[in-house]
Each structure stands twice: as structure tokens, then as C-alpha cells.
Design a protein around this ligand. Structure first.
Ligand code: ZN
Length: 129
């Protein structure tokens, strides 16, 4: 697995003109289909949504993640939740960045420091290392 993001699979990789790699992800974890309220596996797809989780910098070039995830109907009659979108452990629902990046020691500073001012082994973010 290229990116080591549990539950996601790479559908294809595009290379943009500026050298950025755009990685299209699909859900590979069957458990993502389970309704978060009642746990019943959904069978009816409502549609698709695209999300762009931000991951750790990967190599020299920028990496853009595009995850096309499904929105499901929960058909369980007693379940209060009508629809839900897929989620996997590394990218919780509503998260803008991946869990891995958020919990990185040093606190995601790589996202705030411009690439030009970043050097290996240095970190501009305040707080404990
Ligand atoms: Zn449900």
C-alpha cells in the first residue's frame, strides 16, 4: 500500500503540470459501510462526496489526496440516522487532515511552515518537541 492509510486504496495517481501528484483514493474497508449509529451494513448508495484529506508531506513533490467516498442510506427502520458518509480510522468524518498528521509529534507544524523555509530536522512551531 503506497500511502499506508488503512482502509483506503489508491484508484489512480495523476501528475499535474507543477509536479504535484494527485492521488485518487477509494474506500477499501468494508466496515466503512456500517452505519455509525446502529452498526447495520448499508446496501443503498445515496451518492458520492469528494474529500481532500491532507496527509504528511511525501517526498519532494506535493501530494494531493482526493478521496471519493460514498454516502449511504441506513435502511434500518429503528435507526434515527437516515444517511451517513463513509469514514475510516485514519480520516474521521469531518476531519480536514488525517489522524496520522494531527497526532504527529510536534503537532502538524509541517502544514504551517512554508516549504521554502523548512529544513530537515527543524521545526518552526511553538510548544514542546
Ligand atoms: Zn443506522
Amino acid at each position: 500500500m503506497l500511502l499506508d492509510l488503512d482502509g483506503l486504496a489508491v484508484a489512480k495517481v495523476e501528475r499535474l503540470t507543477d509536479g504535484t501528484r494527485r492521488v485518487h483514493l477509494t474506500t477499501a474497508d468494508e466496515a466503512a459501510r456500517a452505519c455509525p449509529s446502529c452498526g447495520v451494513f448499508a446496501v443503498r448508495v445515496k451518492g458520492f462526496v469528494q474529500t481532500r484529506p491532507r496527509d504528511l508531506p511525501y517526498g519532494e513533490r506535493k501530494l494531493e489526496l482526493v478521496w471519493r467516498k460514498r454516502r449511504w442510506y441506513c435502511t434500518e427502520p429503528t435507526c434515527p440516522r437516515r444517511t451517513f458518509t463513509e469514514r475510516v480510522r485514519q480520516v474521521p468524518a469531518g476531519a480536514r487532515i488525517t489522524t496520522r498528521l494531527r497526532w504527529r509529534p510536534g503537532g502538524g507544524c509541517a502544514t504551517r511552515v512554508p516549504r521554502s523555509s523548512r529544513r530537515p530536522g527543524t521545526c518552526a512551531c511553538p510548544g514542546p518537541r
